[in-house]
Design a protein. Structure first.
Length: 262
């Protein structure tokens, strides 16, 4: 475990993701980077997130300040299709763009003029550009799993960007073990024929409560108020590709949970 946390970093898509999915190591890694800050459906969110990060109860927590494309719920999670930049966005993406176009004409929309899909793809390239100078071959980097924990399109974008950078730079890339029913169809495509090797660590619940309160005080806690921390989390080296096994597949232990429908 000591080697796993040597020269270590968490890269999380949004402020509070570093807490929700990495509570066992959040206090122990050397650095935390969150990717997104501004969120156009809620113009006050960026300032609230910046306030929370400024009051974070540990040092070396930084934001890349990339604006979210607001893609949550745009993928077809019953039949998820991965792309080079993340996950394919479906009809919901066009419906949102059309709605925002009308609102923009009325002066009531902050949505990106390029459209949600184009912004999502551009964020992939921007993220790789911003992270490339922060990463070295001797690092241990922790990030979202390939199915985006509960099925978040941004989480998958971050995962795929870091997978590209791992192949380019050569660092060790670790993933979280959270999963919801919605994301399970995609998670099952990563079953392997061999028993996976993973590290299981206890969640630091006291520190997790402390960080969650910082987000609540800043007005940008995005998760359920009655969320209960899991006792442990598992971390596994990121698989290099999907396996798509039909039988006898193995996956490391998952922290399964349910969320409300989109």
């Amino acid at each position: 475990m000591a080697d796993m946390l040597s020269n270590s970093m968490i890269v999380a898509a949004h402020p509070d993701d570093e807490l929700l999915w990495f509570g066992a190591i959040l206090k122990r890694v050397d650095r935390v980077i969150v990717v997104c800050e501004d969120y156009w459906p809620d113009p006050a969110m960026g300032a609230a997130r910046a306030k929370a990060l400024a009051n974070f109860p540990r040092v070396n927590v930084d934001s890349l300040k990339i604006a979210e494309a607001a893609t949550y719920g745009c993928a077809d999670w019953a039949n998820p299709q991965l792309t080079p930049y993340g996950i394919a966005l479906g009809r919901q993406c066009e419906l949102r763009d059309a709605k925002q176009m009308v609102k923009r004409l009325l002066g009531r929309s902050n949505a990106p003029r390029a459209g949600i899909r184009a912004t999502y793809e551009a964020n992939f390239d921007l993220l790789k550009q911003k992270l490339r100078g922060e990463l070295t071959a001797d690092m241990n980097v922790f990030t979202h799993n390939p199915w985006g924990e509960y099925g978040h399109e941004d989480h998958i974008l971050v995962h795929r960007a870091l997978t590209d950078l791992r192949d380019e730079i050569g660092f060790q890339l670790w993933m979280s073990n959270y999963c919801s029913e919605r994301a399970l169809p995609l998670a099952k495509t990563y079953f392997d024929s061999v028993e996976p090797q993973f590290e299981q660590l206890k969640v630091d619940k006291d520190f997790a409560d402390q960080v969650a309160q910082v987000y609540r005080d800043a007005g940008c806690w995005t998760w359920a108020d009655d969320w209960k921390w899991f006792d442990t989390e598992c971390y596994m080296l990121m698989p290099s590709s999907q396996k798509m096994l039909k039988s006898q597949g193995h996956l490391f232990p998952l922290n399964m949970f349910n969320i409300d429908a989109v």
